[in-house]
Unconditional design. Structure first.
Lengths: 327, 541
């Protein structure tokens, strides 16, 4: 590594499909912008030399500025810009739109560390171990200020924003150790909120999974919390049952229908009154300040593990089994 | 002062010598004297902001944190940003050159509201005092962007004091903008039609529109930050039920148009310089003039391109990216028209022209790299890295500061009545050009390699480029200090400037003395010619 540190780096290592996609667009931009810049520089230098003032009272010649010239150098750049826009948008959507079947990993940023939770119970700080050639989706949030999860070798970053979940995907293609940076300024130790992403061959990854001490699976942690906080006392009883709730359409008391995604589940734990399921009273207390972001992700992972939707779940068909009064 | 060897003017006395004493300066309503007040104020602030930049660059010579602790480093880059953006770049060309020139260029005796103009400077000075106090009590570490909830809760620094300084500063900007708009609408001399206006006036007019419309949003946003920080009212902090992304929308709704406040006046200067030193009508006057207005208009619709990785909707990202490419078109038009103006001109590479050509080159680099960061897919990688730092420094320093230096040299004979020393000026221009590129070009490479901005420490493999960048910054610093000396020197020892030393077109050259009398013109000029009428001859004396 000492030799690598001394070498002058020009290009970051590409280690994911997204890296190749971003690099291709970047190289295209370098080629086209380099050509345009060189053209302008050479033209300026040539004109400055060719038409240099030869007499003190010399004046430039009166030239018309024809409309077609203006329209040409308006239309051609505009067309090129549209092309770049389209290409950029394609790459962007491929990186950010959620995909099915990806290995889902939860990440919480906090001043000043990255806390990573794997579904099967591994927990890491400022480290992320991934298998090569497997689509990975990160679900990001923050415990305090805004951070940004940035892996230059994958050419992707995504802000970890307090109060919401964001996602980013990548498909690592090359085993190795890569930088993990916080890219959004987050306070005193911002530049030390860094770590390592380790991409491993499947065999090494299996060995890592087997060899690292780990606790229970994340969903099991979530289940324990579900009991600890007494969720179980009401849900399925005077509150909506939660079997198969994840990604289900929920009919709200005000008539809207929302999808029970990570964001909705999080909000319903912290701010239960915001979106009340139709047919149920607003009796749940807020868990803001009680449950932290890491626990929230465990709870959501538990809810995801709760199998297929139970019949007749959608709020409007259900009625509380016994009369309740708001506390 | 009984016998002044260099001064042999007839009555009426020029604006520098018609009155004496400190009161005649601090309470003047003469737009030219107010321009000088601004010149002194922003020069001071430029070197304050430059000192912070120097400390930042020195710290970054080594990967570890040695010269400054991260806590101090974070304050340094924050104060650098705040001072340079609001206390140098935004007032630079408008408040100094615009103040001095706009009334003369339109053929007026002063701005529409001379006393409000003085108020602008006093507000600016008050805000400058506030920001200096903020620095002396310990500074602020939020970044010039004040992102929430860091700025409203987590930062242990003087965020409210800094916000207050910027809040006051905003009123100065708004009043200057208002003054320019009213002056251009109502004070034009007979015959000075809109399409005879110099392009410097057009670009400052476009700037003034942005100043008046965008700055109040900044004031509101900073007020909300202050309210949340002091009274814990939930606006942006999710822990209080607020939305941190809302802050980014509000902040960039001001700050992206503000980027155009920081470049449009520079474009105006360059249009004047390129024509004067090619002695030729500008290529495509209408396109250059309307491009300024188009930039001012579209500039309001692109703020979301600062939020591509923030959690903003992907479809919003799509719209903002498309609109960002739209705003790039008028900028491209300007570059092509300036270049075409050189064709078959009579090109003289005097110092102002060197700055103008440097501007075109550096602005082209800044503009073209803007195409990279506006591309959604590329931004995901380069966002918040040194690539962005390099990109906007190419626009703001390579563009705006270069144009400001060019304009200052070009109009120096008019402002001071003296010529600057050409040899020294060319050396300084060369140092600035070389130093600038050595400072900021390596940052493009650092950015693509993945070095995030606002890092006090960094992995060792990035060191080579950081050392080069710091080396460049030291040359750049010398380049900026040299003019300070020779311009001072020239005020006493420079060659006496004739009325129109460049044989340039424009009322300030053809109808006003160097330096001009208090009310600019002996009598109100009547305009009969287009803006750049070199082919019809210009008046020399």
């Amino acid at each position: 590594m000492a030799g690598a540190a001394l070498a002058v780096p020009f290009w970051p290592p590409p280690a994911a499909q997204s890296a190749t996609a971003v690099d291709h667009l970047f190289i295209f931009l370098l080629a086209i912008c380099g050509t345009v810049a060189a053209g302008i520089f050479i033209t300026i230098l040539y004109f400055a030399a060719r038409y240099r003032r030869r007499a003190d009272d010399e004046i430039g010649s009166l030239r018309p500025s024809p409309l077609w010239v203006e329209l040409t150098w308006t239309a051609i750049p505009a067309a090129i810009f549209l092309f770049i826009f389209g290409w950029g948008a394609r790459v962007y959507f491929s990186i950010y739109s959620p995909q099915v079947g990806a290995l889902q990993i939860y990440v919480v940023g906090k001043q000043w560390m990255w806390e990573v939770q794997h579904p099967n119970g591994q927990r890491e700080i400022n480290q992320l171990h991934l298998p090569v050639n497997r689509q990975v989706q990160l679900v990001l949030t923050s415990q305090d200020v805004i951070h940004s999860f940035f892996v230059p070798a994958f050419r992707v970053k995504r802000d970890a924003v307090p109060g919401m979940y964001t996602t980013v995907q990548f498909h690592p293609t090359k085993a190795g150790e890569y930088h993990l940076f916080c890219a959004e300024y987050c306070g005193t130790e911002h530049s030390r909120m860094i770590g390592t992403v380790t991409v491993m061959e499947p065999r090494d990854y299996e060995r890592w999974l087997a060899g690292t001490p780990r606790g229970e699976p994340l969903a099991a942690t979530g289940e324990r919390l579900f009991t600890k906080y007494g969720c179980v006392n009401c849900h399925g009883n005077i509150a909506p049952a939660l079997d198969g709730v994840y990604m289900k359409g929920i009919g709200l008391a005000d008539g809207r229908v929302v999808t029970a995604d990570d964001q909705y589940l999080r909000e319903s734990i912290l701010d239960p009154g915001a979106k009340i399921v139709g047919g149920f009273p607003n009796i749940m207390p807020s868990f803001r300040g009680v449950v932290n972001e890491v626990e929230l992700q465990a709870l959501i992972e538990y809810l995801k593990s709760l199998g297929a939707p139970a019949a007749g779940y959608a709020g409007e068909e259900r009625r509380p089994r016994r009369p309740v009064t708001r506390p | 002062m009984s016998t002044h060897p260099h001064l042999h003017r007839d009555d009426p006395k020029d604006y520098l010598h018609c009155e004496y004493g400190i009161r005649s300066w601090l309470f003047t309503t003469d737009h030219k004297r107010i321009a000088i007040l601004y010149l002194v104020s922003i020069t001071l602030m430029f070197f304050v902001g430059g000192a912070f930049a120097t400390l930042v660059r020195l710290e970054l010579i080594t990967p570890q944190s040695d010269l400054l602790q991260p806590e101090t480093y974070n304050r340094m880059f924050t104060m650098h940003g705040i001072v340079m953006v609001w206390f140098f770049l935004i007032p630079s060309i408008p408040a100094v050159l615009g103040n001095f020139l706009i009334p003369m260029m339109v053929g007026a005796r002063d701005l529409a509201f001379p006393r409000i103009n003085l108020l602008s400077w006093w507000l600016f000075t008050a805000s400058g005092v506030f920001v200096l106090i903020t620095i002396f009590i310990g500074g602020v570490d939020t970044g010039w962007t004040f992102y929430t909830p860091f700025s409203t809760f987590y930062s242990n620094s003087y965020a409210v004091a800094a916000a207050l300084a910027i809040f006051i500063n905003g009123f100065s900007t708004i009043l200057t903008g208002l003054n320019f708009i009213v002056t251009v609408h109502t004070m034009r001399a007979p015959g000075m039609t809109w399409l005879r206006l110099p392009l410097f006036v057009w670009s400052n007019y476009a700037t003034a529109v942005i100043m008046v419309l965008a700055t109040p949003v900044l004031a509101i946003t900073l007020l909300l930050v202050g309210i949340e920080r002091v009274f814990r009212v939930g606006i942006f902090d999710p822990a209080l039920g607020g939305d941190p992304i809302l802050f980014q929308h509000l902040f960039w709704f001001y700050s992206h148009p503000a980027v155009y406040i920081m470049i449009l006046p520079g474009m105006g200067v360059v249009s004047e310089l390129v024509t004067a030193f090619s002695r030729k009508r500008i290529f495509g006057y209408h396109f250059v003039a309307f491009a300024s207005m188009a930039i001012a208009l579209f500039g309001f619709l692109v703020w979301g391109h600062h939020l591509f990785v923030s959690g903003q909707s992907l479809y919003a990202g799509l719209v903002f990216s498309l609109l960002s490419y739209l705003v790039a078109v008028p900028s491209a038009i300007k570059v092509f028209n300036w270049t075409a103006t050189l064709y078959k001109g009579s090109v003289l590479l005097a110092t102002p022209m060197l700055y103008a050509l440097a501007f075109i080159g550096l602005f082209t680099m800044g503009g073209l790299t803007g195409l990279f960061v506006a591309a959604l897919g590329v931004d995901v990688h380069v966002h918040d890295t040194y690539f962005v730092v390099a990109h906007f420094h190419y626009i703001m320093v390579g563009g705006m500061v270069t144009a400001y230096m060019g304009g200052l040299h070009f109009w120096w004979p008019k402002i001071s009545g003296r010529m600057y020393p050409e040899g020294w000026a060319k050396i300084a221009a060369g140092l600035i050009f070389f130093g600038f590129n050595l400072t900021f070009f390596p940052q493009f490479l650092l950015g693509y390699l993945g070095m995030p901005r606002r890092y006090a420490t960094y992995p060792p493999e990035f060191q080579v480029w950081n050392v080069l960048s710091t080396a460049g910054a030291s040359i750049l610093a010398v380049g900026y200090v040299v003019p300070l000396f020779y311009l001072f020197w020239s005020m006493r020892y420079g060659k006496i400037a004739p009325r129109n030393p460049w044989r340039a077109s424009g009322l300030e050259w053809e109808e006003a003395d160097s330096p001009p009398i208090k009310h600019n013109f002996e009598e109100v000029p009547t305009v009969t010619k287009e803006a750049y009428h070199y082919h019809e001859g210009v008046r020399l004396g």
